[in-house]
Ligand binder design. Sequence first.
Ligand code: ATP
Ligand code: MG
Length: 474
Amino acid sequence: MNLKAHIDNDIFHLIGNVADTMNIDAYVVGGYVRDIILKRPSTDIDIVCIGSGIELAKQVAQTLPQKKKVSIFKSFGTAMIHYYSLGKDWQIEFVGARKESYRRDSRKPIVENGTLQDDQNRRDFTINAMAISINEQTFGELLDPFDGIYDINRQIIRTPLDPDITFSDDPLRMLRCIRFATQLNFSILPETFEAIKRNCERIKIISQERITEELNKMLMSRHPSLSFQLLDRSGLLKIIFPEFVALKGVESVGEKSHKDNFLHTLQVLDNVAKQSDKLFLRWAAVLHDIAKPLCKHYDEKTGYSFHGHEVKGSYMVEKIFRRMHLPLNENMKYVQKLVFLHLRPIALVEQVTDSAVRRCLFEAGDDIEDLLILCQSDITSKNILKKQRYLSNLRLVQKKMKEIEEKDRIRNFKVPVSGEEIMEMYNLTPCKTVGILKDAIKDAILDGNIANDREEALKFLDSEAKKLGLKKKE
Ligand code: ATP
Ligand code: MG
């Protein structure tokens, strides 16, 4: 098969011509080939040559119209060129074809120079093992020893060699397998999936950073729930994310039961994914009910409840982020906040007072839209009438929030008198009283007793300070 039309980009001719003058064979391989056949736009190009990838990259850089710097990674035997053309930033990685062999205790292989076939043999899936020749004579010729084209057409993920060996050699491939199945909406060949089940324990030799990188990619796909279903069915999820597996199952006593919180969470996650591309909003969806198993309570009259799971859940976020090597920064605080507040907008439905709405706006601040997306996504009742009722109630709350925000500007509200000013006015050193006075002003504004205004706040402060027996400095 000739795929000339697929790689009709000057850069491939240029690299091919340089390879010709060096008298070596060169190919585009791997993900880039898969993606052009699938018509998925991609700017990461991998070039394999039968010889030194670093030498080829250096020569290519010399020949490019704009002289380019080559980044060389000597210990990996690779070189990288960033190149701007056709309105895009291309990253081209060059490597010599290699042969790999593995030891049992590490995913770092012993590497030797090899043939194109050796190089294709070490690749993870048939759809990732295709190469296209770029030498002038054979430009565009597809080299596809494992029939990756056939697997692309039937939408199957399959390992080129014995899947038990492929996964045991480098267990990260099990996660890549599930990630590709989700991203491309492909099925995993049953034999391949069975091998993941058999090798799932091997995931323990993979570093957490790499695992989390894959989880993030899964979360960013269109239907992230698919990944978690597959991770669960393969046995991987209970190893890499036991808290998530703990959400599974339905318990019942007589007529009373609760929903399966695992399936519910997956639905919330997909709902959020339809509305937002924010990775950490998706993490908030994954974690919003994470404490439910720890907060489950059964009462003969009222049935099951999960009282306080939003509070406990927000505490669990840090522990999970730490273990997952997710960033312990404002992104984590954002997830904590959303988990903590996820019941709030719906709770407002029962008592939609101005003051409760103001408090919610104040606590959510700029993340109020995201909180509303999470809250709306959390409505997964199968009872259509019930679902409609919840959604229309939530719309009412949203309307009210908009009105109050326009009127009172609460969202980015800061107490209009600072702690320093309070200390100065009443001759105080930093102490509890300063906090008490500041909170009193905040509460008065959020409760609507005074306006969100400095004059009124100062007057109110004066009366509160008097109650505490404080004297104002002359
Ligand atoms: P994406 O860029 O979306 O992650 P990709 O397939 O391009 O997908 P890369 O990590 O960029 O993945 O790797 C490029 C190619 O290198 C793959 O297509 C595959 O052929 C090979 N490869 C990458 N990781 C592995 C691995 N762990 N085991 C075997 N081959 C791999
Ligand atoms: Mg890639």
